[in-house]
Write a protein that binds this ligand. Structure first.
Ligand code: ADP
Ligand code: MG
Length: 215
């Protein structure tokens, strides 16, 4: 059966509620969960292998730096038409352009800070699953149980509506606030919806504003 890779990105990890809700709606599609684990891949793995296809693009450095900022939830899912189903649920790449009912439209932070990675074609899915199997160890266990436990832990966490992040994003894009002011506010919002240590949370605001200003 068709397998694909899904990752909770650093904003989906730190923003506990948004990440849990995103995973919940993926599980509710009825897909099989063949693997679930929280781990922090080496930066080189993300830069040179996982995101090799994006090397040289204007968003590549920001993407790699952002994805290396925290641990990630790594999921392998399978099912009939799994890629199409998950990608439809995920919505468009840029949060503001995604359907408001899709994961990225509803829970994504702003712009390309879009909460979840998912293989974007059957070809990419096959490649990504093969690649990530080099660094993970799939055991004979019920991973669905693990992902449900994760969701239960965080689905009622304090939440900040993504609209708040998008307001700051818009103000920054329009030059109404400085980068420093935007970062300070983003930091305050993230802090309200996370149990991550300050040191990790502090890494995100500058990477988020950089993404916003990419254009
Ligand atoms: P997707 O994740 O929807 O498959 P891509 O594979 O095209 O999108 O890009 C990978 C990631 O790079 C996106 O999810 C997003 O985080 C980032 N990205 C892509 N395009 C842009 C952009 N124009 N501005 C900011 N970030 C971007
Ligand atoms: Mg892609």
């Amino acid at each position: 059966m068709e397998e694909m890779l899904i990752l909770l990105k650093p904003d989906g990890m730190v923003r506990r509620y948004a990440g849990a809700r995103a995973l919940k709606s993926i599980v509710e599609l009825g897909v099989n969960i063949n693997f679930f684990q929280i781990l922090k891949p080496k930066k080189e793995f993300l830069a040179d292998r996982h995101y090799a296809e994006h090397k040289g693009k204007f968003f590549y450095d920001n993407l790699v730096n952002f994805m290396s900022a925290t641990e990630l939830a790594v999921i392998i899912a399978s099912g009939d038409n799994v890629v199409e189903k998950v990608r439809t649920l995920l919505g468009k790449t840029m949060c503001e352009k995604a359907d408001p009912l899709s994961i990225r439209g509803r829970y994504g932070t702003t712009k390309g800070i879009n909460l979840v990675h998912a293989s974007d074609s059957n070809e990419t899915a096959e490649k990504e699953v093969k690649l990530w199997k080099e660094i993970i160890n799939i055991e004979e266990k019920d991973y669905k149980k693990d992902i449900m436990a994760y969701i239960r832990t965080y689905e009622n966490f304090p939440m900040i509506d993504s609209v708040r992040y998008r307001e700051i994003s818009k103000d920054l894009s329009e030059g109404k606030v400085s980068k420093e002011e935007a970062e300070k506010t983003i930091n305050e919002l993230l802090t309200k919806e996370t149990d991550f240590e300050e040191e990790t949370v502090n890494k995100l605001p500058a990477l988020i504003t950089e993404n916003i200003l990419l254009g």
